[in-house]
Design a protein around this ligand. Structure first.
Ligand SMILES: CC(C)(COP(=O)(O)OP(=O)(O)OC[C@H]1O[C@@H](n2cnc3c(N)ncnc32)[C@H](O)[C@@H]1OP(=O)(O)O)[C@@H](O)C(=O)NCCC(=O)NCCS
Length: 171
């Protein structure tokens, strides 16, 4: 298994990974394409899992902002993550997330947020975000699915406010 940065040669396969992982629907595959074309895209945070020259998993992390009054903090949002159904439950998702979080630290992005399954993400350090004074208005989701991972101690102590997902998420 190779975990590596996505390249343009992977785009067709990455589309397919997202399409099949999300039950043969295009929404997430298209989301990936819109984010790639936006200024919030960080190429090194689009990561693929490759097995015998086949892309079997993909993780996209991209930039977003937390806004409080006139203050803005750049953060990372994790979405989407997809592993082909016949390759799930083999730890590929886990490897992609660990690699993504490691890279975030390297690039000094210390706050990662997501909307996701509350039983899957806590093992990577994600915790319910609203308890840190973080909010999400455009997506109405229960407290436990809006999560944050702090990659540097106390990083969240000065970051409060509303997470604004970029336009790409609302097309
Ligand atoms: C969510 C998703 C990316 C996870 O990918 P994955 O590669 O299956 O994830 P992992 O293998 O790391 O972990 C999945 C589970 O399988 C278990 N598992 C890992 N390796 C295993 C193995 N060798 N044998 C059996 N089970 C295993 C893990 O323990 C984990 O279960 P747990 O969380 O209860 O502990 C994948 O299920 C997916 O693509 N789903 C559809 C798309 C989606 O919903 N994406 C998330 C929203 S953006």
């Amino acid at each position: 298994m190779i975990i590596r940065t996505e390249t343009p040669n992977d785009y067709v396969q990455v589309h397919n990974v997202n399409y099949v992982a999300f039950g043969n629907r295009e929404d997430e595959a298209r989301l990936v394409e819109r984010i790639r074309e936006s200024r919030y895209f960080v190429p090194q945070l689009s990561i693929v899992a490759e097995k015998s020259e086949e892309i079997v998993g993909h993780l996209l992390m991209s930039k977003a902002v937390i806004v409080e009054g006139n203050n803005q903090h750049e953060v990372i949002v994790l979405a989407p993550i997809a592993v082909k159904p016949d390759h799930q439950k083999q730890g590929i998702g886990k490897q992609l997330i660990f690699e993504g979080l490691k890279r975030c630290k390297e690039y000094k992005y210390y706050v990662v947020l997501l909307i996701g399954h509350p039983s899957y993400y806590p093992k990577f350090g994600f915790k319910p975000a609203r308890q840190y004074g973080l909010d999400l208005k455009k997506f109405q989701v229960p407290d436990e699915v809006f999560m944050v991972c702090e990659l540097k101690e106390d990083e969240l102590s000065n970051i409060k406010g509303e997470l604004k997902y970029p336009e790409a998420f609302f097309a």
